[in-house]
Structure formats: C-alpha cells, structure tokens
Design a binder for this molecule. Structure first.
Ligand code: MRU
Length: 367
C-alpha cells in the first residue's frame, strides 16, 4: 500500500537478508518506525508485544521466524529437536490466531526435509517468502469478491454514501497488503464508490483508532472513529449498511474468533437485520475444530493494557493510569461469534454461507 507516496508492506527482508524488517505498530499513528528482527527471540517478542499483530501478519512473522532460526542455527548438523523447539516457541507467542501455527508448520515441514544447514536457510527463506506472496494474493482476491457486496448497496442507495462498520484492524497493517475486512473497502473506494467507514476504537489497545483510522486516512477513505459501544445505536438509526470484520480463527463449522467485542456487533447487526460479513484468507480456517465457543483458545493479556492508556502529549508517548490503582482488571483479547450470526464469509475463492455446507462448496478438499 502507499504511505505518503511510497509503497510499503508490513514485513520484508533487509537487502542483505540478515534481518526481517517490520513496521513497529506500537508507534502508530504518531510515528512510522521500522525495526529489525534478527533472532527467533526478537520475532517472538514482536508477536507477543504486538509490534506486529493481525492474524495474517502474525503468520508471516512466524514464517520468517523459522528463517531466523535457520540463520542462527548451530553451524554443524542441525538436530530435529532444534527445529521443533524453536517452532514451538514461535507458535506459543500468541494463542488465538491459527495463521501462526499454520505458517510456522509450513516452513518447518519444508526445512525438516533438508538436513544441511546452508540449504535450510534458503529453503526457509523461500518458503516464508512464498507464503507471504500467497497471502497477498488471497487478500487481493478477497477485495475482488467483496466489492460486489458494497457495489450492490451503493446501487440500491442510488449512489448515496455506503456506510460500512468495522471492528479492530483487519486492514493491510494486519496483513501484508490490502487487508481482509478492508480489501473490499479499498476495492470499492478505488472504483469510485462513495463510502464511509465507522471505525470502532477497539479498546484496550485501540487498533481501530490508532491503526484502521491511520491506514484508511492514508488511502483517502472517509471514516469516523466511534466508541466501541456506539455501533448498536448507529445501526438502530439506519446509519450502518454493512458490517465487515476480520478473524483470527474460524472453524470449519463457521464460528468466528475475532477481537473482543465482535460478538456484540454481530448481535446488534442481527437485531437490526444488517448484513454481517467476515473476510478471511483460507489460512485462518482451523479445519480441526467444530465448536468455536468451546474450542478456540482465547488469549488473556496483561490487565495493565486496560488499566493504563497510552497516547501522545508534548510530542512524546505517555502512559497514564485511568482507573483506581487497586482495582482488578481482566483483559480478554478475543471473543467468538457463533456461525448463526454471520451472514457470510468473503474468501479468496468467493463468498459463502457460514455453514459447513457453504464452506465445503468453496473448499471441498478440506472435508
Ligand atoms: O490483537 P490483534 O490486534 O492481533 O487482533 C487483530 C484482529 O482481531 C483482527 O481482526 C484479525 O486478526 C484479523 S486480521 C486480518
């Protein structure tokens, strides 16, 4: 995507291929900071501390994490136990986004076939790069398949502004390019469709007002930041035409784990008969799980993310306590929206119902 006229991705290799470069998303929207990851520990910390975040980007960082394991491997023959333990460490950096396990395992499988350290480096690099290109292609397709949904609403409204509501950041910052939920939005905008996005601020880490607002603004898309609780009111007032969100893990039965608060948006959308779509690349399906509410692991993060808020004052980032110092807080990072509340999935292979039959129609080889 273009930022101030320059093409930028969220992750890439340094010219000498000794480091993985990432946008440190903790610094946005106030500063665009690029940092280097040179070791598996640095890749793990970047995922855990959310310098990178969003399911496809977590996966991409995990894939390049295996490349860093190859670069830093002991120079003699590499034991299988080395690969397995480094990959387990990477996979446990965050528990909910299944893209991480998927991408790490893809690169691990490729390197485990090769025992010579020098070859492992190029195999890991090539497999990780291929995964990343594949994810970019998938997100582009999500945009193409989702565009008609927005186009149809625009026609129905005779060209009046289409109001889309989104939660968290499922934009290009959460991926590598295009985004998932934002891919149809960018495609519609680029076609000249008049649209406007309601951006949920997404407490506690404010991925909506820090990241989604930033990237929509850089692309020129009209948007308004709202509190997480405003969506229901706007829906009742007829000010939301469609909800599009991303996901961190979706079962083959159609249940969707996404940023905490997504479930409440889906309930409000159902009550107001507003279409609620989930955009995802197939790497976000967990084909092994049947009951999302029971089976998807929900990350619990440090309660201090709720108790403190970070922002910009006097030209620098400041962190302030916003609750009684001795109050307890519980920080659930994701929730699960049951399939019955989802109108459909926008995938790289097209749109389907959030049912096993609907998903099977697009991904028959998985059933
Ligand atoms: O905690 P985060 O910022 O990693 O959560 C991200 C989300 O919930 C996104 O909606 C999801 O990963 C989909 S990204 C295309």
């Amino acid at each position: 995507m273009k930022v101030d006229g320059k093409n930028l991705r969220t992750i890439w290799l340094s010219p000498d291929e000794k480091a993985v470069k990432i946008i440190d998303q903790r610094c946005l929207p106030h500063e665009l900071v690029i940092i280097d990851l040179k070791t598996v520990d640095e890749a793990i910390a970047a995922i855990r501390d959310m310098a990178v975040r969003g399911a496809p980007l977590i996966g991409a960082t995990g894939a390049y994490g295996v490349y860093l394991a190859a670069l830093n491997a002991p120079s003699q023959t590499i034991e299988d136990t080395y690969w397995i333990s480094e990959c387990e460490r990477l996979k446990s950096a965050r528990p909910t986004a299944v893209n991480l396990t998927w991408a790490v395992d893809e690169v691990l499988t490729a390197v485990m076939k090769e025992k010579q350290p020098d070859k492992c480096v190029s195999i890991a690099r090539n497999r990780a790069a291929a995964i990343i290109e594949q994810e970019v292609g998938r997100c582009k397709k999500i945009g193409e398949h989702g565009l008609p949904l927005i186009d149809e609403i625009s026609r129905r409204k005779q060209g009046q502004t289409v109001n889309v509501l989104t939660h968290c950041n499922a934009g290009w910052l959460a991926c590598i390019e295009h985004g998932t939920a934002t891919a149809p939005i960018y495609a519609a905008f680029d076609q000249g469709i008049d649209l406007h996005v309601w951006v949920d601020e997404t407490r506690p880490l404010n991925q909506g007002n820090r990241l989604t607002a930033w990237e929509l603004g850089k692309h020129g898309v009209k948007h308004t930041i709202i509190t997480d609780n405003a969506g229901g009111y706007l829906m009742q007032q007829g000010n939301v035409d469609i909800v599009i969100v991303g996901t961190d893990r979706t079962t083959g039965t159609g249940d969707v784990a996404n940023k905490i608060g997504t479930y409440l948006k889906a309930l409000a959308a159902k009550d107001n008969e507003i279409p609620f779509y989930v955009a995802l690349p197939s790497s976000t399906f967990d084909w092994n799980l049947k009951d999302g509410v029971k089976d998807i692991p929900i990350e619990e993060r440090n309660p201090d993310e709720i108790r403190y808020i970070e922002g910009r004052a006097d030209g620098k980032n400041q962190r302030v306590l916003i609750c009684p110092a001795d109050s307890a807080a519980a920080n659930y990072a994701f929730d699960v929206t049951p399939s019955k509340l989802v109108t459909g999935f926008i995938t790289e292979r097209g749109i389907c119902k959030a049912t096993p039959e609907g998903i099977k129609r697009l991904f028959p080889e998985r059933f």
